[in-house]
Write a protein that binds this ligand. Structure first.
Ligand SMILES: Nc1ncnc2c1ncn2[C@@H]1O[C@H](COP(=O)(O)OP(=O)(O)OP(=O)(O)O)[C@@H](O)[C@H]1O
Ligand SMILES: [Mg+2]
Length: 274
């Protein structure tokens, strides 16, 4: 452990933890051969905050999200995560088992396409219960009870608990994926275009639901979206990407009401209502 880590660990405690970032991204670059995915990206995510990553198609949003959630190894740069014990650890330096445990418990990942985040051939209840078993729950009745409670929380009727998600609509699948991710009360949830594949009225309801859950649970979220209205509704702060670089960052209201970079100005003015 380095001296700074020892010092951070010794100050520990809830008050100081709240003043420390949960995730610190420093000079992160990912290239694919000679093509840039993202380059020289740095930012922090604070406990309980929703950070949106916005930008046009191909600007590097998914590359960045996958790197900071350890699903993709960056070419260079670091990502540090503050564990529940207050110690900050480099996520690529962790043992594979430790990282996998984090991904099953402390972190959630909501895919744009729910098929990528669900097991389509086991029941809805099992999809939610599985994550509880991963954190050591063994009591069948408790697991089923918690699964039903979460289905209701995401507005899926309890009598669908034994149905497989392949029999669900797109919106229901996405809500199930959200329940599966939130049931373990993660501290940090990554979302890639969570409302992307849905039609507008379904999107609006899902966004409302997400907003309520995020504030009730005090979740920290990093959400990728090309939709500025989604960023406006969900996020406290945002970063704007273009060609793999961050070209603007700030509080969401400030960036959308008073964009400074010409590219952000263009992005904002091309949307009539945000
Ligand atoms: N597996 C890959 N192999 C080669 N190049 C890739 C790969 N994945 C992404 N890229 C390239 O990296 C750049 C960023 O892509 P990325 O998928 O991160 O963009 P994005 O902002 O998520 O786009 P979208 O909004 O369309 O999802 C693009 O130029 C893309 O072609
Ligand atoms: Mg993408």
């Amino acid at each position: 452990m380095s001296l700074s880590e020892t010092l951070e660990a010794s100050v520990g405690g809830i008050t100081s933890a709240a003043k420390q970032p949960l995730l610190s991204v420093d000079s992160l670059t990912r290239v694919y051969g000679n093509r840039i995915g993202c380059t020289d990206v740095s930012f922090d995510v604070w406990p309980g905050e929703v950070l949106a990553i916005v930008g046009e198609s191909g600007s590097g949003k998914t590359t960045l999200l996958n790197c900071i959630s350890s699903r993709l190894t960056p070419t260079c740069g670091t990502v540090r995560y503050r564990m529940r014990d207050g110690i900050s650890a480099g996520i690529y330096k962790m043992a594979e088992a430790e990282r996998r445990y984090l991904m099953r418990t402390d972190w959630g990942f909501v895919h744009q396409n729910p098929i990528d985040g669900l097991r389509m051939t086991v029941s809805a209840g099992a999809n939610v219960g599985e994550r509880l078993m991963a954190v050591g729950n063994r009591h069948y009745g408790n697991i089923r009870g918690a699964a039903i409670e979460w289905l209701e929380r995401v507005e899926i009727q309890a009598d669908r608990v034994d149905d497989q998600p392949r029999t669900f609509s797109g919106g229901m699948r996405q809500r199930l994926q959200i329940a599966r991710n939130l049931v373990t009360e993660p501290r940090l949830v990554f979302m890639d275009e969570p409302t992307g594949g849905l039609d507008v009225s379904v999107q609006a309801r899902l966004l409302d639901l997400l907003r309520g859950l995020v504030s009730d649970l005090g979740l920290a979220v990093v959400v990728v979206t090309h939709d500025l209205a989604v960023a406006r509704l969900l996020s406290d702060r945002m970063i704007v990407m273009k060609e793999g670089r961050v070209i603007e960052a700030g509080l969401t209201d400030r960036v959308l009401d008073d964009p400074r970079a010409p590219y952000t100005q263009l992005l904002v003015s091309s949307i009539l209502q945000v």
